[in-house]
Design a protein around this ligand. Structure first.
Ligand SMILES: [Zn+2]
Length: 412
């Protein structure tokens, strides 16, 4: 099954078409949410046969789906579920049938990590958002499922200095965590002059990985960073290989489209990442707008793997910046304009009023802040007051995530 990564394009597409047809039939015939939705759009069981027909279906998002697209034969209590925050703050649950959960949670991840160089005998440390109880449970499960991997989970809530000590004692060859957390850990290591030098590979996920943050983590740990793109609704969607030319989409699990104003855009254009799940029967998500920004690349990766490439951009649609003239500046335009600045380690751009931006920067020189100001003033056509604050840390959002661009204007 591992060779799905190297199978021919034709074989992979045939498999994807078959899976899509099965998911579509399941939805249009058996899931009340889709039966009603498709009925309203005049869509019957004959509409989708291959991936090319997918654009005939309406795009959905968290606000319309909630848990309404659950298959009636699956009992919520017997499904495995993931929780994320909904569009209006209420929790959003995605339910998975057992088979697709285990495939996504373990096999698909394991397959990608192996492709990136994880080997038998590697010692893996995962630093995650679990509390004490969940951590113990996770570690018991890891020992049971992957005795050959030496897998151990730690909590991001422990003091950084304690975690550094624990990691130094354990000597992992692989670390898996969120970029923002690893950045803080690396800063602490550098400040205290306590290195962690056992690590060969670092996997990051759950947050947008800014280029300067990647470089800083790689420099401090002296290890290669591989970023993974995923979401609670689909688990891992795409991952970087050793060439870092983009993220290989798990194409036997999902179909990714890039959409702008509800219409798919050509490869090479940036838009919202819209995902269709090909395997989850309990709560099939068809053309679900993740609201993350991405771009499809039409050239295959130079590594020779068949799985197509996706590029990820920072900043969600809800965090776009509006100029006093009413012009919209998409968040990713700001992030891509400043990420190459030397000495800029981390930043956060906040629109605080209709004509003001407040930018926090963590830098290791005295000039990066000024450069950020100049570029952002240019990008916003000198219509905004741009204030820069150099600081040592940037707070997280209430959900524990880090926002690289943030619109704090009350839109109500
Ligand atoms: Zn590749």
């Amino acid at each position: 099954m591992n060779n799905i990564i190297y199978t021919s394009r034709e074989e992979l597409d045939e498999l994807r078409n078959k899976k899509l047809r099965a998911q579509f039939l399941l939805c249009v015939q058996e899931v009340p949410f889709y039966k009603e939705l498709y009925d309203r759009h005049g869509i019957n069981a004959d509409v989708v046969h291959t991936m090319r027909d997918l654009t005939s279906l309406p795009i959905v998002d968290k606000s319309v789906v909630r848990d309404r697209c659950l298959h009636p034969l699956y009992d919520k209590r017997r499904c495995l579920k993931s929780r994320s925050s909904g569009s209006t703050g209420e929790p959003f649950y995605t339910y998975f049938d057992r088979r697709s959960w285990f495939m996504k949670k373990y096999w698909v991840k394991y397959r990608a990590r192996r492709a990136c160089g994880m080997r038998f005998g590697d010692r893996v440390s995962i630093i995650d958002t679990d509390g004490d109880q969940a951590l113990k449970k996770k570690n018991r499960l890891f020992a049971l499922l992957f005795p050959f991997l030496n897998l151990r989970a730690f909590s991001i809530f422990d003091p950084l200095s304690i975690t550094i000590q624990k990691i130094r004692t354990r000597k992992p060859t692989i670390i898996y965590s969120m970029p923002n957390y690893l950045f803080r850990l690396a800063r602490e290591m550098e400040r205290d002059g306590i290195p962690i030098d056992s690590v060969r590979l670092i996997f990051t996920s759950s947050e947008y990985l800014e280029k300067p943050v990647r470089s800083y983590i790689e420099k401090t740990f002296r290890a290669e960073v591989f970023d993974v793109y995923g979401s609670t609704e689909f688990k891992e969607i795409a991952w970087e290989c050793e060439r870092h030319e983009g993220y290989h989409i798990n194409e036997d699990e999902v179909i990714c489209e890039i959409v702008k104003d509800g219409v798919p855009v050509a490869t090479g254009e940036i838009g919202d990442i819209v995902v269709t799940d090909l395997n989850n029967k309990a709560m099939p998500l068809i053309r679900f707008n993740t609201q993350d920004k991405g771009m499809l690349i039409d050239t295959p990766c130079s590594c020779g793997r068949t799985l197509a490439l996706l590029k990820i951009y920072g900043g969600r649609a809800s965090d776009n910046i509006y100029l006093p003239t009413g012009e919209l500046i998409e968040a990713f335009r700001l992030t891509t304009s400043i990420e190459y600045i030397a000495g800029l380690l981390k930043y956060q751009i906040v629109q605080t009023s209709y004509d003001a931006l407040f930018i926090k920067v963590i830098t290791d020189n005295d000039t990066a802040g000024d450069e950020v100001r100049k570029i952002i003033e240019d990008t916003t056509h000198h219509t905004m007051q741009v204030d820069i604050e150099r600081c040592e840390s940037i707070e997280l959002e209430k959900n524990g995530k880090y926002k690289v661009v943030k619109n704090s204007i009350d839109k109500s």
